[in-house]
Design a protein around this ligand. Sequence first.
Ligand code: PLP
Length: 348
Amino acid sequence: MFSVYEYFNRINEINPKIRMDAGDPDIPVRREIIEAAVRSLRNGETGYTATAGLPELRERIAEFEDVSPEEVIIAPGAKILIASEIAMAKRVTIIAPYWNAYLLISHQFGKEFEVIETRLENRWTPQIEDFDGDLLVLNYPNNPTGKVLSSSKVREIAEIVEDNGAKLLSDEIYGDLSFVNFTSPRKFYEKTVTVKGFSKLYSMTGFRLGYAIAEKEEIKRIKRFIEASVTCVPSFVQRAGLKALELREEIVNYVRKEYQGRVKTATEILRRFEFIKPEGAFYIFLKIAQDGIVFAEKLLKKNVAVFPGIAFGNYSNFIRISLAGKRWKEGLEIIGREMDASEHCGLQ
Ligand code: PLP
């Protein structure tokens, strides 16, 4: 199996100048957020906190998510919340191309999993009529394709999952970074566990702060998982989160516009190649005329890092380009030139 983390470590060792591999945003964390974290530490908030999170933070999230605080739980990042759901499932169904961690987590917990593949030719639209698992993982806006599903498609999927008496895990880490109307399946099906976080919108990847929204009983179950594993999120991180939410509207407007602009420019630079224009997030899943690992290696020699498509499923002739890093425009020009060169080679 291709190991994303091994590949990532290798990129780090090579240390190329242009990083279009990871989804680690280059937009700086707002100064006020950092100050809130520092202030919390200076005030002596250094001990354990409530497992489900600071009441103020749960309340604030509940307010804008339009749920009760008992339907919210705070955790150190979205990933551990995803793990808490996969840990409880019998058979996990994921839609490809997928964020590789779903697979890694399923392996770690020894879970059976099933992959439903989607294709560029169908604009990455999933057909899940044959679904018969007990947990379906959805991720829209999608990493790596940037796809966002229509409301009617989301409803159709939610109904199939409900008919199966299964649970839906909706990874909405890029939910605020949708450039089109985004509908959460929670609107249609109450057995949806929605996972969100502060990593992408607020660039707070290293703070490790995420949350889930679900029915009260489900939140209690997740709480037991957090108690049994990571205990709680440090107070200073949650204080930073509270400050981020105070600035939420301003940050959403600015950050969404920034990534939308990057996606627009990238779409123009790469227009002669095959991909769908992302409707959210900050990735482009680009079809290439050769093996993705070989092509990614060629780019590495030109000082540009991307991930090969194989990291996201059975997509060996794709690469994923992240627009979240610095010098992304320069990187796109290099990718474009390398694409032209390799297509030319293919014709000879
Ligand atoms: N979900 C998806 C689809 C992601 O792409 C990522 C990060 O790349 C995460 C979750 C991770 O979120 P967190 O940093 O909150 O664990």
